[in-house]
Design a protein around this ligand. Structure first.
Ligand SMILES: [Zn+2]
Length: 108
């Protein structure tokens, strides 16, 4: 028989005095640290879509591919694409604000 033992530690303070503290909406075990009183998910899932796929999808959207077409081709839901577009536009507006703040009122 082959068995493994997994020791969880607090991601915030590396403390080992943890106790179970319910589940996430998706059913993953949550834990609370007795040392720093912070809560966290024991084995969090990573992002569902890879950064490479995200880049590919955003590129397809910029090439005027429809959201339904993106869903058919890449299997990414239109709401996810809209969320990614929101993130991208927020980053772009932050960059525009940075450019506008150059000394002397110059634009880059
Ligand atoms: Zn802790």
């Amino acid at each position: 028989m082959l068995s493994t033992t997994l020791i969880h530690v607090c991601p915030h303070c590396q403390g080992q005095r943890l106790y179970k503290n319910g589940h996430t909406v998706r059913g993953a075990q949550r834990a609370k640290c007795k040392d720093c009183q912070r809560t966290f998910t024991l084995a969090p899932r990573g992002p569902r879509h890879s950064p490479a796929l995200k880049k590919q999808v955003l590129s397809a959207y910029q090439d005027r591919m429809s959201l339904r077409g993106i869903h058919r081709t890449f299997g990414v839901c239109y709401q996810t694409v809209m969320k990614w577009l929101g993130e991208k536009s927020r980053t772009a507006s932050r960059l525009r604000g940075h450019v506008a703040a150059l000394p002397g009122g110059r634009r880059a």
